[in-house]
Design a protein around this ligand. Structure first.
Ligand SMILES: Cc1ncc(COP(=O)(O)O)c(C=O)c1O
Length: 391
């Protein structure tokens, strides 16, 4: 079968795919249909926490698969409860709603924020302040939350009730909160799709304080930054924040679809029977895999993530053709002098899978990528970036 041709023929044309058919992988190595080997630094866009075919994760999910694959949420199951307890214990938060994706985790957060504000202040307090250049998902409501006009075009009218503040400009928050009846502020501590841009500590402190003072909920979208990616379990922990709602997905499932909306003190009882639900949310197989993943994101692994991050930043930062490296942990953006798409293409040709984030080259490797494989890949990136356009 010609996979590339049939993909174009039968799959909706929403993705600009790289010209690689991925057939199998092990750890951070992946192979195409011709058994050509690649080092994967894209991690399924921050999903494959422990790379490909990770045995401990496979054991956890196959074990569960042989018992119960699905029950519906009309019955109790152990994996979801165990995973929720782990998430609460590790964050100090109170309750979890499970879904299947980042977009859905954010939908739930938005519903919780609206209901909380409606109960507390009245139904017209539904506006949520999000940030310009943010990314929160592709459903009509999470698109509305996404502060990028590019994603909005063609799909209006979007869900009303979102206004956008410039990232790191606190006066925008004050002004928008003054002009609108607000329920919450929602942000990514590092804007991932927006170009791997971390927010400032001072700004985040101001926003957090403002939320407390004005009874606005602080929602942190940890879909990309969560689950050890930044060198802490969740990105907000790098900034000492105490969000009211944390959303996550991607790396929590490790390759199976799973979303989680983690609820803090204030909002733990906002959802009541019938107010939200999901057929597959809390699926026992996905949750069994996630328990395995979460248990392995311990202090040693997080220290390893930080060490590898330092290695990448120190190797690339002042290297020829590279202007800057942004991000935290193993969520890094390389600001390059040449066109990033050319660099990504050349890296792939040389056996290293990297992706873009706006005009940067983005790295999201498996958290347990072996140092020698990482060094090999970083040397390729360094060489490709140093190439001049017209030799
Ligand atoms: C910060 C953030 N939020 C939400 C999403 C949407 O997640 P999903 O594609 O699982 O719906 C993404 C996906 O890239 C993301 O990076």
């Amino acid at each position: 079968m010609n996979i590339k041709q049939n993909d174009q023929k039968f799959i909706a044309n929403t993705y600009n795919r790289f010209p690689v058919v991925i057939k199998y992988g092990k750890g951070s190595l992946v192979y195409d249909e011709n058994d050509q080997e690649y080092i994967d630094l894209s991690g399924g866009i921050a999903v494959n926490t422990f790379g490909f075919a990770d045995q401990a994760w496979i054991d956890a999910i196959t074990d569960q698969l042989q018992q119960v694959q699905h029950t519906s949420n009309l019955y109790y199951t152990e994996p979801a409860v165990k995973l929720a307890e782990l998430l609460c214990n590790k964050t100090g938060m109170k309750k979890v709603f499970f879904s299947n994706s980042g977009g859905e985790a954010n939908e739930c957060a938005i519903k919780v924020a609206r209901k909380y504000a409606a109960d507390l202040k009245g139904k017209d307090y539904y506006t949520i302040i999000t940030l310009e250049n943010s990314f929160h998902g592709r459903t009509i409501t999470t698109l509305a939350a996404t502060g990028q006009a590019y994603f909005h075009q063609d799909f209006t009218p979007l869900t009303p009730g979102f206004v956008y503040a410039r990232a790191n400009v606190f006066s925008d928050i004050e002004q928008l909160a003054e002009q609108n009846k607000c329920a919450a502020i929602m942000l990514e501590v590092i804007q991932g799709e927006g170009g791997v841009n971390p927010l400032n500590q001072e700004y985040l402190d101001q926003v957090a304080e403002f939320c407390v003072k004005n009874d606005l909920l602080l929602i942190v979208d940890e879909v990309q930054t969560g689950n050890g990616r930044t060198g802490e379990l969740f990105g907000y922990m790098n900034f000492d924040l105490r969000p009211d709602i944390v959303t996550t997905a991607k790396g929590l499932g490790g390759g199976l679809p799973l979303g989680a909306t983690i609820l803090g003190d204030k909002v733990q009882n906002t959802l009541t029977p019938g107010t939200h639900g999901s057929t597959f949310g809390g699926n026992p197989v996905c949750c069994a895999g996630a328990i395995n993943i979460l248990q392995r994101i311990d202090d040693d692994l997080l220290a390893e993530v930080k060490q590898k991050s330092d290695y990448i930043i120190n190797t690339l930062k002042n290297s020829k053709g590279i202007k800057n490296v942004t991000g935290l942990g193993l969520m890094l953006g390389i600001e390059v002098e040449r066109n990033n798409q050319d660099i990504i293409r050349e890296c792939i040709e040389q056996g290293v899978l990297v992706i873009s984030a706006k005009d940067k080259v983005r790295l999201l490797p498996a958290l347990n990528i072996p140092q020698d494989i990482l060094e090999q890949a970083i040397n390729v990136i360094k060489r490709v970036c140093a190439k001049t356009e017209h030799p």
